[in-house]
Design a protein around this ligand. Structure first.
Ligand code: DGL
Length: 275
């Protein structure tokens, strides 16, 4: 199988990495829309248009499944992309449902926090999915926009990230027992988040998304454990993607090519209107 994975930029490499480990024999194609990052502060309609454009390109590459590795794009565009994909038999996966499943599996009945970009938190897809399944649990959503810049600067430990984490999350101490890291970048800040919220289980949707995909597409046995191919594409600045991407992937992503996305096209016709 050829699996297309996309994100607004670099962070989706955490999801790519988990899929690679869970499904090593499949071919993986990753697109980072680095020319349009961040998605997290943009309007829902703009994120939908960007996502439909990326999906059109991946569809042209002949992928057999599409994974939205970005939480913000999953929040705003999963429903539209899944409906379009269904018309042509292309399954579309997001990161939110698997993250919610993992949080509920870890839950012992206490409060659940969700942190993400402003778009993810105001879009409330995580909070709604949690409340639908467990209306009895208190759910707290907090936007932590500065976390993305900290991670991209490589400021993962020390005073500054700790102070930022304390400012965003200190008020959740004692109220939650599980925290969903609802943004591709946040797993890299696990250590400081854990210091601010000791004893809270931190859930990251990358692993659970990879498992959901693995359940749907069990790997056929391959001769001599043959591995699938991996390829990366970005819409801007290959060098920066490789440099910052190494933080997320644990190795320099390669090979990476620059692509100019086509206009969105069938079956991924973008919604009209003004953002
Ligand atoms: N990938 C985005 C997410 O998971 C974070 C970066 C952005 O704002 O584009 O929501």
């Amino acid at each position: 199988l050829r699996i297309g994975i996309f994100d607004s930029g670099i962070g989706g490499l955490t999801v790519f990495h988990a899929i690679r480990r869970a499904m090593p024999s499949h071919d993986l194609l990753y697109l980072g829309d680095t020319a349009r990052i961040p998605y997290g502060t943009r309007s829902p309609l703009t994120v939908q248009r960007y996502s439909f454009r990326v999906a059109s390109w991946l569809y042209d590459q002949g992928v057999d499944a599409l994974v939205i590795a970005c939480n913000t794009a999953t929040t705003h565009a999963l429903d539209g992309l899944a409906a379009a994909g269904e018309r042509v038999g292309l399954p579309v996966f997001g990161v939110i449902e698997p993250g919610v499943e993992a949080a509920l599996a870890a839950s012992r009945g206490g409060g659940i926090g969700v942190i993400g970009t402003p778009g993810t938190i105001t879009g409330a897809a995580y909070q709604n999915a949690l409340r639908r399944r467990r209306p009895d649990l208190p759910v707290y959503g907090v936007a932590c926009p500065l976390f993305v810049s900290l991670v991209e600067e490589g400021w993962l430990r020390g005073e500054v990230p700790r102070l930022v984490a304390e400012t965003y999350l200190g008020h959740l101490r004692g109220k939650i027992e599980t925290l969903i890291l609802g943004c591709t970048h946040y797993p890299l800040l696990r250590e400081v988040i854990g210091e601010v919220l000791p004893g809270v289980s931190l859930v990251d949707s990358a692993e659970s998304t990879a498992h959901a995909l693995g359940d749907r597409f069990p790997a056929a046995p391959t001769p001599m454990g043959q591995r699938g191919t991996t390829r990366f594409a970005v819409t801007d600045n290959v060098e920066r993607f490789q440099q910052v991407g190494a933080l997320f992937l644990g190795e320099v992503p390669s090979p990476v090519s620059w692509v100019d996305l086509p206009a969105a096209h069938a079956p991924f016709e973008p919604p009209g209107g003004e953002p």
